[in-house]
Design a protein around this ligand. Structure first.
Ligand code: ADP
Length: 594
């Protein structure tokens, strides 16, 4: 850059000097020639002017007895050579015949071939003074007609311009010398200029290169107030702004990176060609794969939508995919359209959501089903009653009405259970906590079921330790749980079975276990026993007035107390179920009311 700018400066200066000297030289030489020509005509005009009476008289008045007028004129003119500037070499006078223009006398010999008749001589032959200058000619001349006595003559002054030519010839080397000196000065000046201009520019260039390489911290020193100084200042402020902008962008990027890194949803970004440009750990975890630079959109999501379609979409496209038993929702959207854009795929695990949706659907289907069965029964019995009214024996009619009442009770039971569950779900169910002896509650339950158990010829054993603490809980609900599990043991144990109620305390928690030797639960159903409406044997449960909601309500109550209700692993027939409650009640008392 330095060299080229310097060369340009030298060239400009040289051209400037050469053209300037050419113009000045031409003007000077022209002026000298012009001055010389003008001076010639002024001199001649003044010599033959009316002011110079003596000279004119000497020329016009012949002497007495004059025979050769031309020789006399020659004499007069020879006396006035100083006035006419005649030197006999470059400027001469000639006396010509006033009619023919023939050479008669002169300060020099007659030129070879005679005096050339110029326009001025022609004018003088016609009696006019010939003082016209011919710029194109290489001579200057003037011709003045003179009448001397009877004779007419023409005095002709001819200058061959040699004087001005030699003057110009002397001036030319001078101009060349000045030109050479000017060139030397211009080259020196161009060095100086290039130093003052190129050095700051070079510093700017270096600074720009550093900025381009990413170093924005460098500030250039402003050494002058001229345009280069302003440029340096602008550069400094530009670099500062660029630094701020880049810091802001970097900050945003860091924020985004942290967000991507820790967000629960997976993110995979692709460039316009479909190459992976960004992924987060959640994406690898959810899609069960590690990503490499070689992975492409087509390979990963090409089966859902073509890349071009996603790039064109307004908003986003969505799809679902099962990966390793998890249901993943994929949202595909284009970002920053244009060359820099691409496609972003957001992966959201919706397994739980879908399962909850399914549970809700199943629940609604179950509720409808559970309510429809008693309703159908009620309707068919009521219709039969209506049709047979009068003919039907009173006994049968009473039986029918009993069925209708039982079915109505059953429906009421289901609706009540559903209401209880709904209160649990919405968090509106309050526990009325109070301290009561746990052992007593177990005993009360025993008393409440013993008659029913005896009806089925069951042996009911009660095993209580000597000391059981008082427990802080909602007594009514705890009793409801105990009744439910003991009733189930009675219900699902064939007559003549053995049911054991035991209780104890361990690590701040009281427990009650109900063990029976009844039909038990197949291993595949054990996990689902606490689900709403889940029953191993629907017919048997319904027959015994069960709704399939008892255990789920019981488990909710136990959990509300921060306790638990679960099946205990055991060998042999039957089932063991255990209720556990914290002695001092739930810690988060406030969340459940008092
Ligand atoms: P249900 O009103 O049908 O008894 P529960 O929620 O109380 O409803 O019980 C759910 C299901 O669990 C019952 O239908 C039954 O199949 C099974 N079950 C509960 N307790 C026992 C038990 N002690 N022995 C065998 N199966 C049981």
């Amino acid at each position: 850059m330095r060299r080229s700018l310097h060369m340009k400066l030298v060239l400009i200066m040289v051209l400037l000097i050469v053209s300037l000297m050419t113009v000045v030289g031409a003007f000077l030489m022209n002026s000298v020639t012009g001055y010389y020509i003008n001076d010639f005509y002024r001199q001649i005009a003044s010599a033959f002017g009316e002011d110079n009476v003596d000279f004119l008289q000497d020329l016009q008045i012949p002497t007495q007895g004059e025979t050769d007028g031309a020789a006399m004129l020659d004499e007069v003119l020879a006396a006035y050579v100083g006035v006419l500037g005649v030197d006999g070499r470059n400027r001469n006078y000639y006396v010509l015949d006033g009619v023919t223009g023939r050479f008669l006398a002169g300060s020099a010999q007659e030129p070879e071939g005679g005096v050339q008749i110029t326009p001025n001589i022609s004018a003088a032959l016609l009696g006019e003074v010939g003082l016209e200058s011919d710029a194109a000619a290489d001579y200057m001349d003037a011709a003045v007609p003179i009448r001397r006595g009877e004779q007419s003559y023409v005095i002709y002054i001819l200058d061959n311009r040699e004087t001005v030519r030699s003057l110009n010839g002397e001036m030319f080397p001078l101009i060349l010398e000045a030109l050479a000196l000017g060139l030397v000065i211009s080259i020196l000046l161009s060095f100086l200029l290039s130093k003052t201009m190129v050095t700051p520019l070079q510093r700017l260039t270096d600074g720009l290169q550093e900025v381009a390489a990413g170093d924005f911290s460098k500030k250039l020193e402003v050494t002058s107030r001229d345009e280069i100084g302003q440029l340096t200042e602008s550069f400094n402020s530009m670099a500062g702004q660029l630094q701020n902008t880049i810091a802001a962008v970097r900050n945003e990027r860091n924020k985004l990176d942290t967000l991507f890194l820790h967000m629960a949803d997976g993110v995979v970004a692709f460039d316009r060609e479909g190459k992976v440009i960004h992924t987060n750990p959640a994406a690898s975890r959810m899609l069960r794969r590690a990503f490499t630079q070689q992975d492409s959109y087509g390979q990963l999501f090409g089966d859902l939508f073509p890349l071009e379609e996603v790039e064109q979409v307004d908003g986003h496209l969505s799809a679902e995919r099962m990966v390793a038993g998890r249901c993943l929702e994929l949202l595909l959207a284009p970002f920053a359209r244009g060359d820099q854009g691409g496609v972003l795929v957001l992966i959201h695990d919706v397994t739980e959501q879908r399962a909850a949706e399914q549970t809700r659907k199943d629940f609604v289907a179950n509720v409808s089903h559970e309510l429809r069965t008693p309703l159908t029964n009620i309707r068919s019995y009521a219709e039969t009653l209506e049709e047979g009214l009068g003919d039907m024996p009173a006994e049968t009619a009473k039986n029918f009405l009993t069925v209708i009442l039982n079915e109505t009770d059953r429906m009421t039971h289901i609706v009540q259970d559903l209401l209880t569950l709904s209160r649990f779900d919405s968090g509106r169910s309050e526990l009325h906590l109070a301290r009561f002896p746990f052992a007593e509650a177990v005993q009360d339950t025993y008393q409440a079921v013993i008659l029913d158990a005896q009806k089925h010829a069951h042996t009911v054993r009660l095993e209580l330790p000597d000391k059981l603490p008082e427990v802080l809980a909602d007594q009514e609900r705890v009793m409801q749980v105990m009744m439910n599990i003991v009733s189930n043991a009675i219900k699902y144990t064939p007559d003549g079975g053995t049911i054991t109620l035991s209780a104890g305390v361990r690590e701040g928690r009281v427990w009650m276990e109900v063990d029976d030797n009844g039909i038990g639960i197949p291993p595949t159903d054990r996990e689902r026993i606490f689900e709403r409406f889940y029953r191993v044997d629907k017919a048997r449960s319904r027959q015994s007035g069960g709704t399939g909601l008892g255990l789920s309500i019981a488990k909710e109550i136990a959990q509300l107390h921060e306790g638990d209700l679960y099946l205990v692993d055991k060998q042999g027939p039957g089932l063991t179920i255990r209720l556990e409650l914290p002695v001092d009640g739930p810690r988060k008392e406030d969340s459940h009311g008092s």
